[in-house]
Design a protein around this ligand. Structure first.
Ligand SMILES: NC(=O)c1ccc[n+]([C@@H]2O[C@H](COP(=O)([O-])OP(=O)(O)OC[C@H]3O[C@@H](n4cnc5c(N)ncnc54)[C@H](OP(=O)(O)O)[C@@H]3O)[C@@H](O)[C@H]2O)c1
Length: 227
């Protein structure tokens, strides 16, 4: 599948790009500038020279146009402008919102959450794109870029997935579970992202407190989702 990562040059987006490229997906790294996307893609190709990967770089708008499935990985401050720049290309596509409204967006702590009127960043994304037929799915929020970057180690984390469209969630979960170690859990409707996103600053705070980069989450005790 052609997966376009919007704002894919940063810590989260580029490491998702690496993992999905290794998994055999066709990856487009998006950026505000094509030049930056191309530079980052060159770095990734060099780093992953032992793997056969299909990855290219484009401006966000072109990436959104070309991508069959989109992943949004920008900070809160960039969410609205980035989505507005791509909204004419999102109809009928799935957009994974991996963003978390951290207090860093207003000069605060990464271990604190910013409450949004819409309830969650994912619901804010859905609201910004409400005139389109995009299907927004919230995922990747609790998996740190350090875990993603730690190639080829498997990621010892669950990925909590929320969204209003069951078929879209299925596609997303199948995609993400191609990353070794990750187990996806369908948490229900998109509004569940309100709780899921709040776990991220908790994990960041734990990483700071215990001097780690690998704080993560596993849900236990639910036989139906044990694999
Ligand atoms: N880092 C993590 O471990 C982690 C984990 C879970 C969730 N998340 C969430 O994932 C999202 C991305 O995190 P990140 O750490 O990758 O962020 P980041 O590195 O700060 O930013 C990602 C990309 O967003 C674009 N961007 C940054 N500021 C912008 C602005 N003011 N306007 C427009 N575009 C801007 C940049 O791309 P260009 O300059 O190329 O356009 C940048 O490379 C955040 O919402 C974060 O909360 C991160």
């Amino acid at each position: 599948m052609k997966v376009a990562i919007i704002g894919g040059t940063g810590a989260q987006g580029l490491n998702i790009a690496k993992r999905l490229a290794i998994a055999g997906e066709d990856i487009i790294v998006g950026s505000r500038t094509e030049e930056k996307a191309l530079t980052k893609v060159d770095e990734v190709k060099e780093l992953l020279s032992d793997y056969e990967v299909n990855i290219c770089g484009m401006a966000n708008e072109d990436a959104a146009k070309e991508g069959e499935l989109l992943i949004l990985t920008v900070p809160l401050a960039a969410q609205k402008s980035t989505l507005n720049s791509i909204k004419e290309f999102v109809d009928d596509k799935i957009l994974i919102d991996a963003t978390v409204p951290l207090e860093t967006a207003i000069g605060g702590s990464p271990a604190r959450f910013v409450d949004l009127m819409e309830g969650s960043a994912a619901e804010r994304t859905a609201k910004i794109l409400k005139k389109t037929s995009v299907k927004v799915v919230s995922a990747f929020n609790n998996i740190s870029n350090s875990h993603l970057e730690n190639i080829p180690e498997p990621i010892d984390c669950d990925c909590l997935v929320s969204g209003d469209d069951n078929d879209a969630k299925k596609v997303v979960m199948e995609l993400i579970e191609k990353i070794p170690g990750v187990r996806c859990i369908d948490c229900g409707k998109l509004e569940k992202a309100r709780m899921v996103e709040k776990i991220t600053p908790l994990l960041i705070g734990l990483n700071i407190k215990y001097k780690s980069h690998y704080g993560g989450l596993r849900i236990t005790g639910i036989p139906q989702i044990e694999k």
